[in-house]
Structures are given as structure tokens and as C-alpha cells.
Ligand binder design. Structure first.
Ligand code: HEM
Length: 138
């Protein structure tokens, strides 16, 4: 005669395997890739602005106007702005997560950081694309 096997019910309810997002993996990868791009963008920027052809002494409104008349330099500066802000913002997010002890401190520090990143990225992008070289001198 067949006996039925009776097992106790498991104490905890069955749950589907937790779905973990890969956000931290991609953010880790982004830091490496943006870091490499920033080496080129930032060192190129420093070289042109501070060393080449008299360096900072030749920088004035006309110099900036001349550079931003070229889509190449507009894009260079835009890439530098976006990458440095997202790279720096994501780096600071990690530091806040590591060091902030209270949940509320961590939350508010990150809110300040995110607002600052968004405002600076939007403002910088607006300036690069709406810059007017013909502003009257007076
Ligand atoms: C110029 C070339 C740059 C390279 C090669 C570079 C590379 C990196 C790398 C690989 C990391 C990750 C470190 C880790 O996960 O342990 C990192 C973190 C970080 N980066 Fe950059 N970065 C550069 C520029 C910048 C700039 C311009 C900023 C600021 C706007 C910045 C701010 C940060 C911050 C705040 C962190 C987090 C540091 C930490 O976790 O302790 N970096 N950088």
C-alpha cells in the first residue's frame, strides 16, 4: 500500500529569486570608460587653454567666441561637461553611500548632489548652444 509522504510546510513563504539590477556594474564600467575619455578631453583642454600659443594670456571673449564658432569645440566642451559631471556625481554618490551614517543624511546629501549635477549640466549645455558672439560691448 502506498504511503503518502507528509512534509512540514517551509517556515518562510516561497519567493521568486530576488531580481538584482545591474546598475552598480554599469556604473563601475562607466567610471572606467568616462575616466579614459576624460584623460583625453581634460588634458587636451588644459594643454590648449594653458600652454599652447601663450596659454591663459590670450584667453578673452574673442578667443572663446572663436572656439565656440566650431561645432567640434562645442562638442568637445559639451562632452567634457557631461562626462565630468556624471563621472564626478557618480563618484560622490559612492562616497556618500560609504560615509553617510544616517539614512536621512545620506538621502539629503544625494538630493543636493543630484540637483547640483542637473542644474550645472543644463546650464552649461544652454550656454554652449546659445552663446552669442555678437553681444554689444556696452
Ligand atoms: C581625468 C581623468 C580621470 C580619470 C582617469 C578618472 C578615473 C576614475 C576612476 C577609475 C574612478 C573609480 C575609482 C573606484 O571605483 O575605485 C574614479 C572615481 C572618481 N572620480 Fe574620477 N577620473 C578622472 C577625472 C575626474 C574628474 C574630472 C572628476 C570630477 C569632476 C572626478 C571625480 C571622481 C570622484 C568623486 C570619484 C569617486 C572616488 C571614490 O570612489 O573614492 N574624476 N575616477
Amino acid at each position: 500500500m502506498a504511503e503518502t509522504l507528509n512534509l512540514d510546510k517551509p517556515r518562510s513563504a516561497r519567493r521568486p529569486a530576488a531580481r538584482r539590477s545591474n546598475f552598480e556594474l554599469y556604473s563601475w564600467l562607466f567610471m572606467r570608460i568616462s575616466g579614459l575619455l576624460l584623460v583625453v578631453l581634460v588634458l587636451g583642454h588644459l594643454f590648449i587653454m594653458n600652454i599652447l600659443d601663450g596659454g591663459v594670456h590670450r584667453i578673452n571673449f574673442a578667443f572663446v567666441a572663436g572656439r565656440w564658432s566650431s561645432p567640434f569645440w562645442q562638442f568637445w566642451d559639451l562632452a567634457m561637461l557631461w562626462l565630468a559631471m556624471i563621472h564626478g556625481g557618480n563618484g560622490l554618490r559612492t562616497i556618500i553611500d560609504d560615509y553617510a551614517r544616517r539614512d536621512s543624511t545620506r538621502f539629503w546629501l544625494k538630493m543636493v548632489l543630484y540637483v547640483a549635477v542637473v542644474v550645472i549640466v543644463l546650464l552649461g549645455t544652454l550656454v554652449i548652444f546659445t552663446f552669442d558672439p555678437n553681444i554689444p560691448a556696452d
